[in-house]
Design a protein around this ligand. Structure first.
Ligand code: MLT
Ligand code: ZN
Length: 456
């Protein structure tokens, strides 16, 4: 296979490798790739695509495999293209404050590189130690500091990708201004490997923020989360405004053996991060929340180590509930609609599935809620997943009624393609299919992801 293009060490076909590289963090799908290849250069990626075109062999691009929508799952003999060996930082321009990475560079490697240059790459999430830049770009990854710094898209100033025609697309080359028509870079961002295999990315860096403080505020009623967001946003430079429910806190504390942040449990908690210089005004904001009856208690970090342990209460949630094989959902609505949306979903679950527990957390400052329903003890995984699947149209109808998104940051992948119509119109989906046909005429790039596979 690909003799003369790849060395033996760049191809794996053993069962352990197929099982490892054939999936991401999503559960419940058959994992059955035919082989895994590890290109080391753009030219090798072009050769792999040519090889796939000649044989009608579907390709599944694979980054850090931390996705939660099945975007990197290979279920039926696909060739997985892993970017693990394309993990070099290729260039850095201090004048442009721009770094060029191969797709396989880990998020935290890039973050550290930026800090070493007294600069900052702000897109951050719990999986930064495993996720790769190419995957982040392909899914337009969000995370915990979107409220201040935006999404991955906002930092991409150029990229190279191999299309399904085995041609190299060089988009924007790091320019800030470029008014020459359609910007393919932004088409590739969030395309989930369906239009091109992203091989290199140019990213903007920024000035590091000043020292940060973290406060966790106890908020008994969901509607008051937004009042607290407002007073803190007015008073401080907010870098993160995250939230979690008491059930989420209970699970993370049990799993990681952590202590709850407040003396008494409260229905909801907001984790707020802001500039250290805003500490005084943050106290005032909390006082205001207290006297408004919106908040009942709070704790503030006194050191960097304490800030990190408060963050662990939020960032450890996903991992701590994995044992319940939750029915996971990642949705967004406009910020002002968050409380009534959450209450409507809660009411629906309680009325129809009284034995299901909803574990809420997410990036409330961006209107992005992670709705995780925990599998009741003793319920078979398949039965639970089937119930979750049956529940999806009901929940997505509530999202659609608010013109929200059925996937705020995790992508569509395999998990949500049949529900895409809840967030995108027929006209949009039709145009997406047209673009797919243009970029990938042989239908070999991650087929069946994002858009349902069509028979040509
Ligand atoms: C998070 O915000 O913790 C991640 O998106 C992971 C998850 O949703 O479970
Ligand atoms: Zn998230």
């Amino acid at each position: 296979m690909l003799a003369g293009v790849l060395e033996a060490k760049q191809i794996k076909t053993d069962a352990a490798a197929l099982a490892k590289w054939g999936k991401d963090w999503t559960n419940g799908y058959t994992v059955a790739p035919s082989a895994i290849v590890f290109p080391e250069s753009n030219q090798q990626v072009i050769e792999i695509v040519r090889y796939a075109i000649d044989r009608g062999l579907p390709l599944v691009p694979s980054g850090g495999r931390t996705g939660l929508s099945g975007g990197a799952v290979a279920s039926s003999g696909e060739l997985v293209v892993s970017f693990d060996r394309m993990n070099h930082i290729l260039d850095f321009s201090p004048q442009d404050r721009r770094v060029t990475c191969q797709a396989g560079v880990l998020t935290n490697t890039l973050q550290q590189f930026a800090l070493d240059q007294q600069l900052y790459y702000p897109v951050d999430f719990a999986s930064s130690g495993s996720s790769q830049i190419g995957g982040n770009v392909a899914t337009n990854a969000g995370g915990i500091r979107v409220i201040r710094y935006g999404l991955t898209r906002d930092w991409v100033v150029g990229l190279r990708a191999v299309t399904g025609r085995a041609t190299m697309l060089n988009c924007n080359a790091g320019l800030i201004k470029n008014a020459t028509g359609y910007d393919f870079r932004h088409l590739l961002v969030g395309s989930e490997g369906t239009l091109g295999l992203i091989t290199e990315v140019d990213l903007r860096l920024t000035t590091p923020p000043p020292a940060q403080k973290v406060m966790i505020v106890g908020i008994p009623e969901v509607k008051n989360l937004l009042n607290v967001l407002q007073v803190f946003s007015r008073a401080t430079k907010v870098s993160a405004f995250e939230f979690f429910s008491d059930l989420a806190l209970e699970k993370v504390c049990a799993h990681r053996k952590l202590t709850p942040p407040l003396r008494h449990s409260v229905a909801y908690y907001a984790l707020i991060e802001f500039d250290d210089s805003d500490t005084e005004v943050a106290f005032d904001a909390f006082e205001q929340a207290l006297s408004g009856g919106w908040a009942v208690d709070a704790v503030m970090s006194q050191s960097e180590a304490q800030a990190q342990s408060l963050w662990a209460l939020r960032e450890g949630i996903s991992e701590s509930i994995a044992q319940y094989t939750p029915y996971k959902n990642d949705v967004s609505v406009c910020i002002h609609q968050v409380p009534e949306f959450l209450e409507e979903v809660d009411g629906f679950v309680q009325a129809n599935y009284p034995d299901f527990e909803v574990c809420w957390y997410g990036h409330i400052g961006d209107g992005n809620l992670h709705l995780n329903i925990l599998r009741p003890q003793g319920m078979d995984v398949a039965e639970f997943m089937a119930k979750g699947h049956a529940m999806s149209p009901k929940i997505f109808a509530m999202v659609a009624a608010r013109q929200g998104s059925i996937s705020a940051e995790h992508g569509v992948g395999l998990l949500k393609q049949e529900f895409l119509g809840y967030s995108r119109s027929d006209e949009e989906i039709d145009l997406m299919r047209g673009l797919k046909a243009l970029f990938d005429p042989h239908q070999i790039l991650n087929p069946g992801k994002l858009l349902k596979a069509t028979t040509a």
